[in-house]
Design a protein around this ligand. Structure first.
Ligand SMILES: [Zn+2]
Length: 243
């Protein structure tokens, strides 16, 4: 995919969060987890510029795999108002390690994916419109061209619907379970995104900027597939030789 397609702010993020100035003066002691807190803040703060989110429908988390702690957006706070200190630190057992605000309601889904899908270090959840349309239509996004294959080595899968008892028990945690179930025979690093039936997508990567790029690529591929299928409902899948 050409970088010309990216908003300039996203190019800066994809090229590396560390290129941005630190929000902390140099004489401040470096707080533990400051790196994931800053990266998480920058990714969440950038989300509106990517046009992948409306209102506050989206969140990013960043994992420190050594410590088993991830930083995630607080619930309900407008992206423009976020500060690095607002990011909530949560451990893989679900305990809040640091943060004054309530973590995103999607936190149990992020936690489940970090625990059960190997190699994930960053997760992006958006309600991006075309990918969400495929999820709501319960249709996977087929690989019809090289744009898709540049980021995803196969169809973007759709989960099964949650059962009423799963929804009643713990909707967000069970959402993680149906994603993990869907990836039982798939490599999450080869297909770094999923469509949750009746809900929108999640994308991920071994690092934050790449996760944001994958979420963006998903929303490039989804309308291309939609329009290709409108033009030709029998559009053939991309030949394996072109993957
Ligand atoms: Zn959501």
């Amino acid at each position: 995919m050409s970088f010309a397609a990216f908003p300039s702010v996203l190019i800066r993020v994809i090229c590396g969060f560390s290129s941005s100035p630190s929000p902390l003066p140099l004489f401040f002691p470096v707080k533990k987890y400051q790196s994931i807190r800053n990266d998480c803040w920058e990714a969440n703060h950038t989300l509106p510029a990517t046009k992948l989110v409306d209102l506050t429908f989206g969140n990013v988390s960043i994992l420190d795999p050594v410590e088993g702690i991830f930083a995630i957006k607080p619930s309900g706070v407008p992206y423009a108002d976020l500060r690095p200190a607002d990011m909530v630190l949560v451990d893989l057992e679900g305990q809040i390690v640091d943060g004054k605000l309530k973590p995103s309601s999607d936190t149990p889904t992020h936690r489940n994916l970090y625990k059960n899908l190997p190699g994930l270090r960053a997760i992006v959840h958006t309600h991006s419109r075309y990918a969400t349309s495929f999820a709501q239509a319960a249709r996977e996004i087929p690989p019809l061209g090289t744009t898709h294959a540049d980021h995803f080595d196969g169809p973007i899968p759709v989960t099964r619907a949650l059962t009423p008892s799963e929804i009643a028990r713990d909707y967000e945690w069970e959402t993680g379970n149906v994603i993990v179930e869907r990836f039982k025979n798939l490599n999450p690093l080869h297909i770094p995104a999923v469509l949750v039936r009746h809900h929108p997508p999640f994308a991920w990567a071994p690092r934050g900027p790449k996760a944001l790029e994958n979420a963006y690529a998903l929303e490039v591929c989804a309308p291309l597939a939609f329009q290709s299928l409108l033009l030709n409902p029998a559009a053939p899948p991309l030949p394996r030789a072109l993957h």
